[in-house]
Design a protein around this ligand. Structure first.
Ligand SMILES: Cc1cc2nc3c(=O)[nH]c(=O)nc-3n(C[C@H](O)[C@H](O)[C@H](O)COP(=O)(O)OP(=O)(O)OC[C@H]3O[C@@H](n4cnc5c(N)ncnc54)[C@H](O)[C@@H]3O)c2cc1C
Length: 470
């Protein structure tokens, strides 16, 4: 039986490979890098555990808990300290706790009375009916007002996408928000009425979803999936072209121009910017070139450790988000050691800050010492840091997170068109199915199911794919 080729050993490709293998389908997973996990990177050093990519997985779908169980990682799963629920948004140049109840909303100093009234009026703002695709900024200003955009949503968008609310599209980047308006005519009404339907589907809203990590950080998940894949994994192997043959699919990989294994299907689970550089030869006329237009702004992750007594703020909670109007260089900070135990030595804490993104892309490529200094400057003002860090490490992602801008739907449409023109070629991952880690896991599960169906159809056509007995 020919194997399925999976390009990319980030969480999407590994999840797809793991489940296809469990279904009895042989796989071959290729990654250009020398390590698995893609943007997931955990480092244990000097008693600290630093996460440079994602810090937590949000359990928004039952498929996520299932993957943890199937990978036999339940005993290594870490749930956050319940005290770590508090989130802060910077206003008046200091972190202010986000309200966690309707009463809290009306008493918070985060918003003026005028902004609070605008929220009360939101259920009466008519839904847009002309079909125009709005940016997040347009949508929020129309429904909730400018202050809500400047002091809340701008910070949230920087936290999730490292993005610019004036460029990101509501239906593409926050589809659930767009659906709430379409379905219920209001975000607030939809939030209340939609909860029942989500429960029925077994889904959890992102703001309520349990979050978790693992004892040695998120890297545990890709490493475990990679172990299960064993010899099927080929690292330091960039796929340079994909060719359709009379017998299936063939890949050209770096350094091995003559070794062209035949595959029954190909899943591209890499990045959109890398896809644009992959050559494609197929019976249908296909080009990956348009994917080079997808923008991934750079982000630098700066992890600093401090002695507990050198930081005035208690740093209890998830972390703080920082709107652009507050004038800081960092986009936000996660209180990493307050979230999970064992992230810092006794009497110390770990703070993970992000710089760059669409807000200040030029900062992400600064030398490490300048990144440390800029971050410390902001943390002195925001958290009352009084001394130099006892631990410092940073990782820059030159192309971090794809921006689902207004018009992004054309790239998703192009992927669907290519899949129907060239059956056996599939696209999955953060550039198609949502930018969070949980979206990527679900994407990996779903693509494994779709490929299995494709192989079954091929098998009925007499091309002979054997299903393993369950
Ligand atoms: C700084 C940062 C912080 C984040 N924080 C969070 C967070 O807190 N919570 C959250 O839910 N999400 C977060 N995310 C997003 C989340 O981590 C990603 O969406 C998810 O990990 C993407 O997984 P992936 O497998 O789709 O892609 P990737 O992790 O990008 O993996 C793609 C892999 O494909 C390989 N590849 C590409 N092209 C080729 C080729 N031609 N041949 C061979 N290999 C190739 C690459 O080397 C890479 O290993 C963050 C992302 C970043 C960058």
């Amino acid at each position: 039986m020919k194997s399925v080729a999976i390009i990319g050993a980030g969480i999407t490709g590994l999840t797809a490979g793991f489940y296809l293998q469990r279904k009895g389908v042989p796989v071959r997973v290729y990654d250009a890098s020398e390590r698995v996990g893609g943007v997931i990177q955990s480092l244990r050093r000097d008693g600290y555990l630093a996460e440079f990519g994602p810090n937590t997985i949000l359990e928004t779908s039952p498929k996520i808990g299932q993957l943890v169980r199937d990978a036999e990682l339940s005993s290594r799963r870490l749930d956050p300290d319940p005290k770590a629920e508090a989130r802060y948004v910077v206003r008046y140049r200091r972190p202010v706790a986000m309200p966690s109840s309707p009463l809290g909303f009306f008493t918070t100093e985060l918003f003026s009375a005028k902004a609070k009234l605008a929220v009360l009026r939101e259920p009466f703002v008519p839904a847009r009916t002309d079909g125009k695709e709005e940016s997040i900024a347009e949508f929020v200003v129309r429904r909730l007002g400018q202050e809500f955009l400047d002091h809340a949503i701008d910070a949230l968008v920087a936290g999730v996408y490292a993005g610019d609310p004036y460029k990101l599209s509501v239906p593409q980047a926050f589809p659930k928000l767009a659906a709430l308006e379409q379905r219920y005519g209001s975000l607030i009404k939809g939030q209340i009425l939609g909860a029942r339907e989500r429960k029925k589907r077994g889904e959890v809203a992102k703001d309520r979803a349990p979050k978790f990590s693992f004892d040695e950080g998120l890297q545990v998940l890709p490493e475990t999936l990679a172990e299960r894949l064993g010899n099927s994994l080929r690292l330091k192997t960039a796929v340079e072209f994909i060719r359709e043959t009379s017998d299936g699919w063939e890949l050209g990989v770096s350094g091995e121009a003559n070794s062209r294994e035949q595959h029954s299907a190909v899943i591209f689970a890499g990045t959109a910017h890398a896809l644009a550089r992959v050559g494609i030869k197929s019976q249908a006329s296909i080009s990956f070139a348009p994917f080079s237009e997808i923008r991934y702004p750079p982000v630098a992750s700066v992890v600093l450790g401090f002695r507990r007594e050198d930081v005035a703020h208690p740093c209890e909670g998830f972390g703080m988000l920082i709107p652009r109007v507050e004038g800081f260089k960092i986009l936000g900070t996660i209180f990493s050691s307050s979230l999970f135990p064992n992230r810092a030595p006794a009497g110390h804490l770990t703070l993970t800050s992000y710089l760059g993104g669409e807000r200040y892309p030029e900062l992400a490529s600064l030398p490490a010492n300048e990144l440390f200094e800029l971050t410390c400057q902001d943390l002195r003002v925001l958290l009352g840091v009084k001394a130099a860090p006892t631990f410092q490490h940073c990782v820059a992602y030159p192309k971090a997170i794809p921006q689902y801008v207004v018009g992004y739907g054309r790239y998703r449409q192009l992927m669907s068109d290519i899949e129907s023109k060239a059956p056996g070629l599939f696209f999955a991952g953060h550039y198609r199915d949502g930018v969070s880690l949980s979206d990527s896991i679900v994407s990996g599960c779903n693509i494994a199911d779709r490929v299995e169906l494709h192989l079954q159809a091929l098998s009925k056509d007499g091309l002979g794919v054997k299903r393993a007995a369950d």
